[in-house]
Design a protein around this ligand. Structure first.
Ligand code: ATP
Ligand code: MG
Length: 337
C-alpha cells in the first residue's frame, strides 16, 4: 500500500545541510498497522510529510496504492489535480488535532466534504455518520473547546476519514493524551483498521503504542531505517534493538560464575515447564531474574531472563536444550549467538 524507495530529504538551513531522511525504503502492506518509532530528530515527521508530498523529497520515490506520488508532483510548487486526487486517498491526523476552534465537531468534519463539493445535506449526513463511527454522535454540535483531548482526536480521525482514504497517517496522534485516553484512541484506530480495511501508518516515540496496535514496525535512527519487519518476528530476532526496547530486561553482567540467558517465547509455549525440565533432565538450576508476558500484535509473547551457574562455555548442553524447545536464546553481554 505504501512503498518508499531510497527516500532522502536534505534541508538547507542557514547555509548548512541537514539530512533528515537518508535512504529510507519502507514497505507497508495493505490493511496493516505499521509503526515507525524513533527518538526526537530521527526524521519521523519528515517521513510522513514526504509520504503525502506535503514535503518534496530530495530524491527517491513514494508509491501509495500503486501510484507514484513523486512522479505526480511534477516540478512546480503548487500541487496539480492528479496529486490532489491521490492525496484524497490519504488521511492524516496530528498530535495537536489541528481543529478549527470556530467550528463545531460536525463543522470540522464537514470541511473536507465542502472542498469535495458535496451538497449541504450530503455533508451533514456523511459528517454525522463519521462522528457516529468514532463514537461521538452525541457531540456533533460541540466546539473543540468543549471537548476533551481524546474527543478532539476522534473528531480529527472522523475528519481524516471524510475522503474515504485507504491510508491513514498519524504523526504522534496520542502524544498529547493521557495513557487511558491513548489506549482508547489506539483501540479506535485498530477497529477502523479492521472494519474498513484501512492501512494505518503511525509515527510514535512510545514503545507502548507499537506493542498495543502494530503488526509491523520500523526503527528510525538519524534519518535511516535500521530495523523493520513484523513485530512478533522482530521480537524473535536475536539482537534486535526493537525487541530490546519492547521488552527491556535491564543490563546483564555475566561472569565466570554465571551465564545470563534471555529467552523469548511465543504463544502458550510458556517457559516455566522448560525451566523445570532443565533442572530435571540436565541438573541445572536456572534462576529467573526477570520476566514479562504481553500481547504484541494480538499474540502472546514473553521474555524471560534466567541465570545458569557457571560460564557460558560450560553451559553448551543446557543452551542447546533451550534452543531445541523453540525458544529464542540470547546471551546478553556475550554477543548474541
Ligand atoms: N523545515 C526544516 N528545516 C530544516 N531542518 C528541518 C526541518 N524540519 C526538520 N528538520 C530537521 O530534520 C531532522 C528530522 O526532523 P523531524 O521533525 O523529522 O524529526 P522527528 O523524528 O519527527 O522528531 P520529533 O520526535 O521530535 O518529532 C531534525 O534534525 C530537524 O531539525
Ligand atoms: Mg516529529
Amino acid at each position: 500500500m505504501i512503498t518508499t524507495r531510497d527516500l532522502t530529504k536534505v534541508y538547507r538551513s542557514r547555509g548548512r545541510d541537514v539530512t533528515a531522511l537518508d535512504g529510507v525504503s519502507l514497505h507497508v502492506r495493505p490493511g496493516e498497522v505499521y509503526g515507525v518509532i524513533g527518538r526526537s530528530g530521527a526524521g519521523k515527521s519528515t517521513l510522513v510529510r514526504c509520504l503525502n508530498l506535503l514535503e518534496r523529497p530530495t530524491s527517491g520515490t513514494v508509491t501509495v496504492d500503486g501510484r507514484d506520488l513523486t512522479a505526480l508532483a511534477g516540478r512546480g510548487h503548487r500541487a496539480g489535480r492528479p496529486l490532489r486526487q491521490a492525496r484524497g486517498g490519504i488521511g492524516m491526523i496530528f498530535q495537536h488535532f489541528n481543529l478549527l476552534s470556530s467550528r463545531t465537531a460536525q463543522g470540522n468534519v464537514e470541511l473536507p466534504l465542502e472542498i469535495q463539493g458535496l451538497s449541504r445535506r450530503e455533508r451533514a449526513r456523511k459528517a454525522l455518520e463519521l462522528l457516529d463511527l468514532v463514537g461521538l454522535a452525541d457531540r456533533a454540535r460541540a466546539h473543540p473547546a468543549q471537548l476533551s483531548g481524546g474527543q478532539k482526536q476522534r473528531v480529527g480521525i472522523a475528519r481524516a476519514l471524510a475522503g474515504d482514504p485507504k491510508v491513514l497517517l498519524s504523526d504522534e496522534a496520542t502524544s498529547a493524551l493521557d495513557p487511558e485516553t491513548t489506549r482508547s484512541v489506539l483501540r479506535l484506530l485498530r477497529d477502523l483498521n479492521r472494519q474498513l480495511g484501512l492501512t494505518v501508518l503511525l509515527i510514535t516515540h512510545e514503545m507502548d503504542v507499537v506493542k498495543a496496535v502494530c503488526d509491523s514496525a520500523a526503527l528510525m535512527e538519524n534519518g535511516r531505517v535500521t530495523e523493520s519487519g513484523g513485530v512478533t518476528e522482530l521480537l524473535a530476532t536475536p539482537g534486535s534493538r526493537l525487541a530490546h526496547e519492547l521488552f527491556p530486561l535491564g543490563s546483564a553482567e555475566p561472569g565466570p560464575d554465571r551465564t545470563v540467558v534471555d529467552l523469548t517465547f511465543h504463544g502458550e509455549a510458556a517457559a516455566r515447564p522448560v525451566i523445570s525440565r532443565l533442572a530435571r533432565e540436565h541438573g541445572v538450576d536456572a534462576s529467573i531474574v526477570n520476566a514479562a508476558v504481553e500481547r504484541v500484535g494480538g499474540r502472546q509473547v514473553g521474555r524471560m531472563r534466567v541465570e545458569l551457574p557457571g560460564p557460558a562455555e560450560k553451559n553448551a548442553a543446557p543452551l542447546a536444550f533451550l534452543r531445541d524447545q523453540g525458544l529464542t536464546v540470547e546471551l546478553p553481554g556475550e554477543g548474541t549467538r
